[in-house]
Ligand binder design. Sequence first.
Ligand code: F6R
Length: 609
Amino acid sequence: MCGIVGIVSEREVSSTLLDAIKRLEYRGYDSVGMVCIADGVLSTKKDIGKIEEVEKKVNFTALKGTIGMAHSRWATHGGVSKRNAHPHEDCNGNISLVHNGIIENHNELKAELQKKGHHFTSDTDTEVIAHLIEENFTGDILETTRKALCRLEGSYAIGVICTKKDDELIAARKESPLVIGLGERENYIASDIPAILPFTKKIIFLENGEIARLTKEKVEVFDLKGNPVTKTIETIDWGAKQAEKQGYPHFMLKEISEQPTAISDTIGDRMTEHDILLDEEIQKAIPNAAGLKRLIVVACGTSWHAGLIGEFMLEELAKIPTEVEYASEFRYRDPIITEGTAVIAVSQSGETADTIAAIREAKKKGAKVISIVNVEGSTIARESDAVLFTHAGPEIGVASTKAFTAQLTLIYLLTIYLAKKRGLLPQPQISNRIRDIRKIPHQIQEILENQDSIKRLAELFFRHTNALYLGRGINYPIALEGALKLKEVSYLHAEGYPAAEMKHGPIALIDNKMPVVVIATKDNRTYTKVLSNIAEVKARGGIVIAIALKGDKEIEEKVDFVLSIPENSYILTPLLAVIPLQLFAYYVSVLKGKDPDKPVNLAKSVTVE
Ligand code: F6R
């Protein structure tokens, strides 16, 4: 959802800006632009397309100056065009601005400014901010920007530079993420930490309603009334290397391959051989786990799928009634939060606008919020009563992979923790369940080492146009997730369905061209029913690809292709079954000549509603 970076320094900044904005390209890649000030003049280069293409065309590093900003756009207001690419300027070319978010009252402001003679050169909501600052400019860019912000409705993270104060970079945020990085005689702003990780690990998280003035020597933060705010400097422990491809052709493949480590790191020291150690993290939100009456999970997209699997785990082992809600729907109903209800927010980025809105709604109604988040310092992490961080490391590929299995890992630990607190799991069972999750990283590694068979299958199917994914029980959300991965990175139409529901509609679609991916792991619950569903597909000529347990001979006779996964407890099969589906989507995308890291129309964190 648009990436912003800015630097004020004593050295030339354009090549560092280019480096930084490339690390943010996952936030949007409709267009890209950069501005620097040299000798009191703004110079801007921008165009539509991915950074690499635009860079070849315009040569960003030719821009001179020790202060500058860059922006990668995910279009909201105004089509994908050069004139709508950021940065945007005022009429006189003194003020330049980059923005992530939506200014909801931009039409009224634009009309007002046009009456005063301002000339607009784009169709964006953003440009009004530059003109608003110009209209009221007093010579003090911080003060004028602060006053302009008080007129805005909607969401923003902005960076502003001005030729009249060419040693000051102004930054502000409301509802859209923005961090400040502290360097050696230079300071930075960025939408997300990975952009500036190679330059600094010292970060200040800007809060809603704060505005900052950065010079090369110092950073000052104020509230929107102009009062100074004292901020804490946090040190980020992610290595810059973690946010690079490290020899992989794509971030998606790198991140799929990192899942064994992501899961081990997420478990970290939260487990001993016989116990789950979450007291310190959870008790702030739920001092009395035994008294919990109901859980509501709020999330979007892949994180919502993790929530659906969580519902299964929490109800089965901890016996807590659990509902899983799309965050975007939850907030627009009048959700009933009764005593003893806690809300679990699941989010990789911690910045998804709908999930933020949902937790605010839940808190307003008196619920305690526990969040499962990957990005430290993110809004959801900061606004929750308790946070469990997935230590998956930076996830750059737009399609979420390692964050998903890390989320499942934490939900599993949380489930066992709650089950124990509620006296539902005797000690030997806790130890067994701990042993089960410990096996998962090796088992995922085993699947990764056999990925050639998945690649070969992708070679057979990448020209198809539709696919159906079926699963039952705890693996139904894996059918949804497999279909989502295929859709988003390869643009193939795919539907996820509960296997038994197929008979109530989608069966009409099945013919001898339709690949049907079925999660058919042998268990004593739904396996035989899934075999019947497979027979129904086969009877109509469908092509069946089964995700099955290693050594399952029975399934081999009933389907066209089998992708095997190792055996673990039923409740942990989703962590294994999803891996071949992630790899399948990846290889189909690559074979179709697409870029799986940057699917069209998508952005990594959806910071608008
Ligand atoms: C799919 C995907 C999205 C995200 C969703 C929520 O691969 O990445 O569906 O899962 O936008 O994002 P987070 O988890 O950051 O709240």
